[in-house]
Design a binder for this molecule. Sequence first.
Ligand SMILES: NC(=O)C1=CN([C@@H]2O[C@H](COP(=O)(O)OP(=O)(O)OC[C@H]3O[C@@H](n4cnc5c(N)ncnc54)[C@H](OP(=O)(O)O)[C@@H]3O)[C@@H](O)[C@H]2O)C=CC1
Ligand SMILES: N[C@@H](CC=O)C(=O)O
Ligand code: NA
Length: 433
Amino acid sequence: MKSYRIGIFGLGTVATGVVKILREQAKTYAKRFNVAFEVVQVVVRDTEKLRDPKTQDLPISDDPKSILENPHIDIVIELIGGVKIAKHIIEQALKAGKHVITANKDLIAADGRRLAKLAEENQVGLYYEAAVAGGIPILRALSTSLSPDEIQQINGIMNGTSNFILTQMRQHKLSYEDALKLAQDKGFAEADPTNDVQGIDAAYKLRILTDFAFGKQVSQNDIQMTGISTITQTDLKDVSDLGYEIKLLATVSKSAANKLQLSVAPTLMPKDHPLASVQNENNAIFVNSRYSGGLMFYGPGAGEYATANSVVADLLALVTGSAAPAKFNTHPSSSLALAGPKDRIASRYMVFKVADRPGIIHKLSAFFLMSNINFRNIRQYDPVDDSTRVVIITYPASDAQLNPVKTTIRQARGVSFIHEYKLLVEPKENSHD
Ligand SMILES: NC(=O)C1=CN([C@@H]2O[C@H](COP(=O)(O)OP(=O)(O)OC[C@H]3O[C@@H](n4cnc5c(N)ncnc54)[C@H](OP(=O)(O)O)[C@@H]3O)[C@@H](O)[C@H]2O)C=CC1
Ligand SMILES: N[C@@H](CC=O)C(=O)O
Ligand code: NA
């Protein structure tokens, strides 16, 4: 039997799950894989904190050297999150010839390729399946099963916290604040939940997927990003009455003109679309590709055991050699161009507050006519305090068409623009002739 000594950075939600799985499954792993794992050191911030009783006997320290300079540790698991300290830890571990497993999307999105190269140079493994969509094995699927294919589009619900909040607000009428608090209590949210609700966390994951799927390195600034914090109960009701569900959707798509379009934003989709049925902390990644058609990968995107399972799967892949690490393309970043405002075409759900007086809807319509944008649906609600909520769903229009309309409306009297969400753009029929 081969034994491995592990050092773990962090003992929060995910790390606790990892320790519990390793302990619960120790006999099975010995029998099935002929391996044994021993957690010889854990490093945390606060050694006095009360821990899960199942982890209380572990050797615990707040000194990173107790892992990084311990020559007996073969494998480092980094589960503290954030960029700066985690980067230092991972670099030191790789340089010391230790394999590294992490769930850190912030760091892998920004620096994954360089760290993968550093791992290669030091002849050790760097694994990070848990970094994208928690418990869903999407990176391994992209880098193995989908490697012969040509990916055209990825649409995904990639943040468990925001999907949990929207589900709780819609199904149980919870306030945004209460739903967020519940997601934090359940261990789904990031240390700074702004990352979850503003689309930042989903954008990190989208960047990793974009590199895996298209060989293109993109930055946060290349992604049009809108969060969920402006979505109200009224929006949720409107959207549902109109036959849609709203989800924080991360999208990367390649156009016929070979341009990549990237966004993370609340997106309306028909209620019968498979992504519309994804509830709570679950994630789903819909991949459209030339040969496989449409594949959906569904499962828990956050949470102790599901995420820990991805970490332990990496650990077993590493020690048994049963699966290659899910890896970035090592060749230079692709030269695919990024889409501009003319290329970003979608129908929109737009909300306005207008003065309750005759002719105001006519005025609003005239602004859209200016850019030749047609309405698919328009709803005017009962007035409250001399103003009325108006909801418009447009036919497909580009950002270039719509931007001047929004500028004009912002300057107009009696009409104010509240917000706008796009409708899901379905990929064109696959063609492989
Ligand atoms: N939670 C989830 O569902 C998922 C999380 N992830 C990722 O997994 C990673 C861990 O997340 P999660 O378990 O939720 O985080 P938690 O906040 O629950 O735990 C973080 C742990 O790291 C420790 N820590 C933080 N900073 C330091 C530091 N400077 N030095 C030493 N220890 C430190 C904390 O110590 P102390 O306990 O003393 O405060 C704590 O034990 C993150 O990268 C996250 O993005 C990925 C997928 C899903
Ligand atoms: N905070 C993240 C955790 C997993 O990546 C989320 O909510 O999805
Ligand atoms: Na994953």
